[in-house]
Design a protein around this ligand. Structure first.
Ligand code: XMP
Ligand code: MG
Length: 183
């Protein structure tokens, strides 16, 4: 259920809270199996990935470390250029660590391509990607993501961490924004 005033700003709910939590549970079981006997460091980029990070981490029945990074895109375009500046770097030294990047969405893939290269240069033992959402039609570069929750259509989505002008991040579901909101 969406709050009434927000409901008029939403075209349709794409993924419910239950669908999201069910998928994260599945992914958590895979991660537990894949990383058995190894350390695991989850890395998320603020702010979009905070909900995925919080819920995925709590699904994992094992020790994990969490770390966060904040980046800002150069330029004012609404489209990702993939050129980013680190605003807050990770606290952890990645040398020899098994690092799993936790992302909200792979859209063009440019941000993740940059992030992967940046983190790879810090010599982790392994580096993989977990993204809740992916837009196959929007991909501009190939991204090797080990865990992907849902492939979605090429619409702008909000909720569960994803924003439009910093709003809607607190929705429990993922929804397609009504065009009248941004046009
Ligand atoms: P790409 O993969 O294009 O995505 O580099 C970069 C970042 O842009 C955000 N993004 C979205 N945010 N709805 C949103 O609210 C969307 O449909 C959407 N697509 C991309 C997101 O933070 C992603 O990490
Ligand atoms: Mg993001």
């Amino acid at each position: 259920m969406l709050p009434e005033d927000i409901e008029t700003e939403i075209d349709k709910v794409l993924l419910t809270e239950e669908q999201i939590s069910g998928k994260l549970r599945e992914i958590a079981r895979q991660i537990e199996a894949d990383y058995e006997g190894r350390d695991l460091l989850l890395v998320a980029v603020l702010k979009g990935a905070v909900m995925v990070m919080a819920d995925l981490a709590r699904e994992l029945q094992r020790h994990v470390e969490l770390d966060f990074m904040a980046v800002s895109s150069y330029g004012k375009s609404t489209h990702s250029s993939g050129v980013v500046r680190i605003v807050k770097d990770l606290d952890a030294d990645l040398t020899g660590r098994n690092v799993l990047i936790v992302e909200d969405i792979i859209d063009s893939g440019l941000t993740l391509q940059w992030l992967r290269q940046n983190l790879q240069s810090r010599n982790p033992a392994s580096l993989e990607v977990c993204a809740l959402l992916r837009k196959p039609e929007a991909l501009k570069v190939e991204i090797d993501a080990k865990y992907v929750g849902f492939d979605i259509p090429n619409d702008f989505v909000v909720g569960y961490g994803l924003d439009y002008a910093e709003r809607y991040r607190n929705l429990r579901s993922i929804a397609v924004l009504a065009p009248h909101v941004y046009s």
